[in-house]
Design a protein around this ligand. Structure first.
Ligand code: ADP
Ligand code: MG
Length: 253
């Protein structure tokens, strides 16, 4: 999609669990060529929202649309097929397999034969295409030097980037990242921010769900702030940072 085009949109998305409103009429959209950050304290409802916009869970009320299509009741593979790529809050890699194997799994998701057939080398042409696509994403993410290294032996910062490469191998238009900076060292955060800046320039729509305020302040074009499931602020980093409700939420005031 062209820069500025709305790729993902949530309208009045509400999620109720027994006795608890985890998301309360949340509105937000993500556009091609931007980083939109969703931030908020622990328990604010970020992961709940993330699950609904990636098809893992259904809203109790409200609408999610992707590439202009209403996604109500559709499974997560339908979101992936329409161009949604994601990473998980906790790294999900096959630790004893190489970076290349892990990223190839992301490319198989878009393959015609399915990854099981390809892993069995039922179709050598498809296998070769998948590996070359995986390698392209590995290079794009600056992981060329560790392509053949077992994923588990990499530092956490690089494992997170492997997860991004794996998502990119599915050719997404929108990339959703759940707390990509959590647990990273300062230099790793800088490396991650640099990669996301590059992907944004390449036209991807990026939604970062983050607990780390400082990380998103330097990176995001727009920020939406959640507290107790409700949007309390939305705007540029400067606008959000100056908002008294945001300051109170973050300082516990
Ligand atoms: P965050 O990711 O911002 O830390 P979550 O979305 O994980 O917040 O949680 C928001 C609130 O919803 C929390 O109070 C959490 O305990 C609750 N919650 C999350 N998932 C469930 C669930 N499956 N069942 C009941 N409550 C849940
Ligand atoms: Mg969470």
């Amino acid at each position: 999609p062209p820069a500025g085009e709305e790729v993902l949109k949530a309208q009045n998305v509400t999620k109720r669990f027994a006795g608890l409103v985890a998301n309360n009429a949340v509105n937000m959209d993500v556009r091609a060529g931007e980083v939109h950050a969703l931030i908020g304290p622990n328990g604010a409802g970020k992961s709940t929202f993330f699950n609904m916009i990636s098809g893992v869970d259904d809203p109790t009320e409200g609408q999610v649309s992707l590439m202009g299509q209403t996604m109500q009741g559709k499974p997560s593979r339908a979101f992936a097929a329409l161009g949604l790529g994601r990473t998980f809050q906790h790294v999900r890699l096959l630790g004893d397999r190489s970076v290349l194997d892990n990223v190839a799994l992301g490319a198989h998701r878009r393959g015609h034969k399915g990854w099981v057939a390809s892993m069995l080398r039922a179709d050598r042409a498809e296998e070769a295409a998948v590996l070359s696509e995986a390698m392209r994403q590995i290079e794009r993410c600056g992981l060329g030097a560790v392509a053949h290294t077992p994923a588990a032996s990499l530092p956490l910062g690089q494992q997170r980037i492997v997860e991004i490469a794996r998502a990119l191998a599915g050719q997404p238009a929108v990339l959703l990242l759940d707390e990509p900076a959590a647990g990273l060292r300062h230099l790793e955060k800088q490396g991650l921010a640099k990669l996301l800046t590059q992907l944004r320039a390449e036209g991807l729509a990026i939604l970062v769900v983050e607990h780390d305020m400082e990380f998103v302040m330097n990176l995001a074009d727009r920020i939406t702030v959640l507290e107790f499931g409700t949007v309390i602020a939305h705007g540029t980093p400067a606008q959000v940072q100056a908002d008294p409700r945001v300051i109170a939420a973050y300082l516990g005031g």
